[in-house]
Ligand binder design. Structure first.
Ligand code: AMP
Length: 508
């Protein structure tokens, strides 16, 4: 599927660029970066990387705040034939020790405030260290300013690595997902078409760029379409609403949509210039979908993907964007639902393990051949770990992570099913259902509920409302109330945190 002689993602992105003056990125302070600037700056940084000893196939680790310069570092790394390894800015030195030791990068780029600590870790694997701060300043930028902008993009084969992204690893050690040039290019090109991106688009980019969503989906799709993006350091609802007057697309995690809905300034009028709102990385509540439609007249387009697979499914551009569903497999991607134990394909509407196969699916886990082998079926399907179903119309629905399944008294309880019933109770904002160790049942179904401030709802009222709507074994044994559910930056509810909080709930 090479679109140019060289399968390097950078070549595929830019080899046929003609309009170098086109706007690629606008910073929050109004600074404008053209496509030509991106190419020149990535050339300078690629020259610095090579001067620091980075060779094709080497890893370049980056724990940097979001900035255009950090995005340029990604492009430069790929351009130099090296492997980009972005790291969540929240990771502590203790955690970084594992990532750096495991990935053995030849260069680590970090915020100046962390340089001393990181230098000690980098030393252990013989890596050099450069700095880059949230304003794009640091030793890397200083060196780049003195380097030549000319750089011949290093040829790469389609299945050479372009990036390694560590999974969030809520169970066990996090694993490095190896993504190839073909994985990234094929998925972005497919999304450009599916979501009708063109050079007239202006994307509001407020996602972090250490994660597949902000780094690959948002950035690569924009750059492949020669569109522009407005780069914001983080979610700022009022600023986003203001920018909508001259933007066309927003990509967000569900939290973006719930936060935007809290603003009285969100309206049909303020979203008039926008053509598309995309959500992913965590489930968008059907309720949020409906509220958004009512308030703005736009149906949010929800899609489903993961670090290992890039994007797998999307609701249609034309046609029904079904609340609570993640849509159809993208062109070239196969999705099936199987019995988790036997691996046999299940019929429509039956809940099982979601498996995917296609050019989007990663090459394997870095230095974990056994783990990799155990997550793939013999016929090449990747076992996602997500439970779901395909409905009679072909829409995929995610029911939750396999590891979140609650087994109570020997019965399987799908948290989503219980959450849906609880969420339908008047006064409930949202809920999370978890399994908590229980002497008699193995696990006790436990509901953690956020209620409307004004709602006079208590445990017995929730249980009463559920009575008769759920089989006895699915009924929560306890209902706990909290102000907010714990979420990570990507908007995912951290059920592991809830399980830890309530682990002693049924202790005798
Ligand atoms: P990550 O690798 O951090 O992108 O996380 C991937 C996981 O996020 C998937 O395996 C799903 O469990 C979840 N996820 C992503 N998109 C959605 C979605 N639209 N609805 C529900 N879960 C999602």
């Amino acid at each position: 599927m090479n679109t140019s002689a060289n399968a390097n993602l950078f070549s595929r992105l830019f080899d046929d660029l003609t309009e170098t003056n086109r706007l690629a990125i606008e910073k929050a302070d109004g600074t404008r970066i053209s496509y030509g600037d991106l190419i020149a700056q990535s050339g300078r940084v690629a020259n610095v990387l090579v001067a620091r000893g980075v060779k094709p196939g080497d890893r370049v680790a980056a724990q940097t705040e979001k900035s255009v310069e950090a995005l340029v570092l990604y492009l430069a790394t790929v351009r130099a034939g090296a492997v980009f390894l972005p790291l969540n800015t929240a990771y502590t030195l203790n955690e970084l020790d594992y990532f750096i030791g495991d990935a053995e990068p030849s260069l680590v780029v970090c915020d100046p405030s962390k340089a001393d600590g990181i230098a000690k870790l980098a030393d252990k694997v013989g890596a050099k260290v450069e700095t880059l701060d949230s304003d794009g300043k640091g030793s890397l930028t200083e060196a780049a300013a003195k380097a030549s902008a000319d750089f011949v993009t290093v040829p790469r084969a389609g299945d050479d690595l372009a990036a390694i992204l560590y999974t969030s690893g809520t169970t066990g050690r996090s694993k490095g997902a190896m993504l190839t040039h073909d994985n990234l290019a094929s998925n972005s090109l497919s999304l450009v078409e599916y979501w009708r991106f063109s050079k007239d688009d202006v994307l509001i980019h407020a996602l972090p760029i250490y994660h597949t969503h902000g780094l690959f989906v948002a950035s690569n799709v924009t750059l492949f379409s020669r569109a522009a993006m407005i780069f914001l350091p983080k979610l700022d609802p009022e600023l986003i609403i203001k920018l909508m007057a001259r933007a066309t697309v927003l990509m967000g995690v569900p939290t973006f949509y719930t936060r935007l809905l809290q603003s009285p300034n969100l309206s049909k009028e303020s979203t008039r210039h926008m053509r598309l709102f995309i959500s992913g990385s965590a489930p968008l509540l059907a309720e949020t979908h409906r509220e958004w439609s009512a308030r703005t007249g736009h149906a949010v387009l929800e899609r489903y993907g993961m670090t290992e697979t890039n994007m797998n499914t999307s609701n249609p551009y034309d046609g029904d964007r079904v609340p609570g569903a993640v849509g159809f497999p993208l062109p070239g991607v196969e999705v099936r639902v199987t019995d988790p134990e036997a691996g046999k394909e299940l019929a429509r509407d039956e809940i099982g393990m979601i498996e995917v196969k296609g050019p989007n699916v990663f090459k394997g886990y870095w230095r974990m051949p056994e783990k990799t082998a155990s997550e793939f079926r013999k016929d090449g399907f990747f076992i996602t770990g997500d439970l779901g179903k395909i409905d009679p119309r072909g829409y995929v629905h995610i029911i939750g992570r396999g590891k979140d399944l609650v087994i109570s008294g020997g019965f399987n309880v799908y948290p989503k099913e219980v959450e849906n019933e609880i969420d339908a109770i008047p006064g409930v904002v949202e809920s999370a259902v978890i399994g908590v160790p229980h002497a008699d049942f193995g696990e006790g179904v436990t509901a953690v509920v956020v209620k409307d401030k004004s709602a006079a709802l208590d445990e017995s009222a929730v249980l009463h409302a559920l009575d008769g709507r759920l089989a006895k074994f699915k009924m929560p044994k306890r209902v706990m109330f909290v102000d907010d559910l714990p979420r990570n930056t990507m908007g995912k509810v951290q059920k592991n945190v809830l399980r830890e909080t309530y682990k002693g709930l049924y202790a005798k």
